[in-house]
Design a protein around this ligand. Structure first.
Ligand SMILES: Nc1nc2c(ncn2[C@@H]2O[C@H](COP(=O)(O)OP(=O)(O)OP(=O)(O)O)[C@@H](O)[C@H]2O)c(=O)[nH]1
Ligand SMILES: [Mg+2]
Ligand SMILES: [Zn+2]
Length: 346
């Protein structure tokens, strides 16, 4: 029988325990997905780690998921997630790609070099808000700049409430700066472009070189996409780190509310706009445009907010359309359209 207490360092908590039926309490083995490969998963149980073949009975799973197995280590079911990071699949795909599940904290990792980009940080913040994870901006390569605090101020300029930490990811001391979020059972996802130092930081926190790292390109400071899969790694001092591959393209979809909360300052300003549906473009009496003119809001930030909302609306619509192709859903739409035509015809 599973020793549930032994699962706590892996992130097990009452939220999951409460999902078990009485029969399941005695009969199932809860395991957490720590790695995902083409045909198999690596999972962590109370005592050890093992691999499982991916079978058609499994729904789409992602690193961080908790699943139940029977005594023969066969898949029983996926437990409900308390948070989930996803994006629109890269390219022309009309689908989601799951990034990580059951995450408490998102380290938005950026390096203090030419690759630093406030609009990209805002994009990750919107994603973290959507997934209900606490965002922390981690600025790496502090050893390569004379003024790390100036970079940190650049981030606080985005939003003064933001938590910003500067580190030299190559040094073990970065653990102290991040210890607030490395508590037992707390899951932290590392997000950020290739080459910013996600795996370097993971290794320093772990105290061993488990993840491969590779130097960045000299000409443009971009990374070489060294990490190719996601892994959830329990740290000896507590906490779990989810190292991810740097994403070339992070397209938001179904993130409207997350975008709005990541730009709460604009939302607050908008309350004073003359028109309730003001787009903050050319409308008279726009309090948001006025703030840009007075210099209290960056034109860049406003433009990025509008861009993210447009992108999200477009992607959400194309994903919704795809979902609508699902047969049952189509039938539902037909029936309700017929009903509304009938209503209009009266
Ligand atoms: N000097 C210095 N170099 C760093 C720091 N953090 C990372 N690096 C270097 O930056 C390069 C890229 O680091 P990685 O850890 O591979 O980057 P990554 O974010 O995991 O990249 P992907 O796996 O491609 O997404 C390596 O050469 C690291 O040694 C830092 O704080 N200071
Ligand atoms: Mg990496
Ligand atoms: Zn306005």
């Amino acid at each position: 029988m599973t020793n549930f207490q032994m699962l706590a360092p892996l992130g097990w908590r009452p939220f999951f325990q409460q999902q078990l039926t009485l029969e399941e309490w005695d009969a199932v083995i809860p395991v957490r997905v720590t790695e995902q490969h083409k045909s198999q998963l690596t999972v962590a149980a109370d005592q050890h780690t093992f691999t499982l073949p991916i079978t058609p009975a499994m729904p789409p799973l992602v690193v961080g998921d908790w699943i139940l197995l029977n005594e023969d280590k066969q898949f029983v079911r996926l437990l409900e997630r308390y948070s989930c990071f996803k994006r629109k699949s890269a390219g022309t795909g009309h689908d989601y790609q799951l990034i990580a599940a059951n995450v408490d904290t998102a380290f938005i990792v950026c390096s203090m070099n030419e690759d630093f980009n406030p609009s990209r940080i805002e994009r990750y913040l919107a994603l973290a808000e959507t997934a209900d994870a606490e965002p922390v901006v981690v600025l790496t390569k502090a050893d390569l700049t004379d003024q790390p605090e100036r970079w940190a101020d650049n981030v606080r300029h985005i939003d003064k409430q933001l938590q910003v930490i500067t580190v030299n990811a190559l040094e073990n001391s970065c653990m102290d700066a991040l210890s607030d979020w490395l508590q037992p059972g707390n899951t932290v996802v590392m997000l950020g472009s290739s080459g910013v130092g996600k795996s370097t930081l993971t290794n320093s926190l772990l105290g061993e070189s488990r993840q491969s790292t590779q130097s960045i390109r000299e000409d443009d400071a971009k990374g070489r996409h060294t990490t190719t899969g996601r892994s959830l790694i329990p740290l000896p001092q507590g906490g779990l780190i989810l190292d991810t591959p740097g994403m070339r393209e992070l397209q938001l979809a179904d993130c409207h509310d997350g975008i709005v909360s990541a730009f709460a300052d604009i939302q607050r300003l908008a309350e004073a706009c003359r028109f309730a549906d003001c787009q903050h473009d050319q409308e008279p009496g726009c309090a948001v445009q006025a703030a840009v003119e007075h210099g209290s809001l960056d034109a860049r930030r406003l433009a990025n907010y509008q861009k993210l909302l447009r992108e999200d609306a477009l992607n959400s619509a194309s994903l919704a359309q795809r979902r609508a192709k699902d047969k049952a859903f189509t039938r539902f739409v037909n029936v309700s359209q017929k009903a509304s035509r009938k209503y209009k015809g009266r």
